[in-house]
Design a protein around this ligand. Structure first.
Ligand code: FE
Length: 239
């Protein structure tokens, strides 16, 4: 048996934890908001209790804190990056994130997002745990249903297969990752959300075939996650 040194702290170890991808909705009076979160988990089955960790700088945090209610929708594996981008990388402080999104109000008045959902639950907060940058909201599930039997989107599928990115406010955000081995065509990074356009892979969701250089993308091409323009992309020098 080997022992681990006391000073060994490789934060990358935490990236091996498994998560799902969820839309968390809440309200404050008549105002509604929703955001993406990966840190939702079940705590007990009787009564059915879940918890979610939310960054204090997010508008949804203020709404959950004020109203004491939130909803959660589990997402299907085919959820488009643009849908996650709209709810995950835009702030509800500036835009109405729920515009053009299919949702209905639950019995608590909080919005339940139905687009791309495989299930939803409505939760009444019973406890808040202050964790510095984040608050853990613990709550009892008061309503829930399954929407579809499609496979659910996991955080690792989102990151590794769909190549989605994570905002700095997410609990699981880790600093800059090392990029894959050198390639001939230059990669470009979105300065808004961190998405990396890799010409080897193209952007299939926008109809861009693998092998298309960034320079050949049309001027109206936008970031598949956050919708930023081509001009918002920076060439990755170190590859
Ligand atoms: Fe982007």
């Amino acid at each position: 048996m080997s022992t681990v040194g006391k000073d060994l702290l490789n934060i990358q170890a935490l990236s091996k934890l498994g998560y799902g991808m969820y839309i968390i909705g809440s309200r404050k009076g008549d105002r509604l908001n929703a955001q993406v979160a990966n840190t939702l988990f079940q705590i007990t089955s009787q009564p059915p209790t879940v918890a979610v960790s939310i960054n204090k700088s997010n508008l949804t945090h203020e709404f959950i804190h004020e109203s004491g209610v939130f909803t959660a929708s589990t997402l299907c594996q085919d959820t488009p990056l643009s849908f996650i981008g709209r709810l995950g990388f835009k702030s509800g402080k500036e835009t109405n994130k729920l515009e053009e999104i299919n949702y209905r109000l639950g019995e608590t008045g909080a919005p339940i997002v139905l687009d791309n959902a495989t299930s939803f639950m409505e939760v009444r907060v019973v406890k808040e745990i202050d964790m510095g940058t984040h608050t853990i909201f613990v709550g009892e599930v008061i309503a829930a249903d399954v929407v579809s039997e499609e496979a659910c989107l996991t955080y690792s599928y989102y990151q590794q297969v769909k190549r989605g990115t994570t905002p700095k406010t997410a609990p699981s955000y880790v600093m800059e990752k090392k990029e894959a081995p050198p390639v001939k065509l230059a990669k470009y990074r979105c300065s808004v959300c961190g998405y990396i356009y890799d010409p080897e892979l193209g952007d299939p969701e926008s109809g861009i075939k693998p092998g298309t250089p960034f320079e050949q993308l049309s001027d109206d091409w936008t970031c598949p996650i956050c919708g930023a323009t081509k001009a918002d992309f920076e060439k990755l020098e170190d590859q």
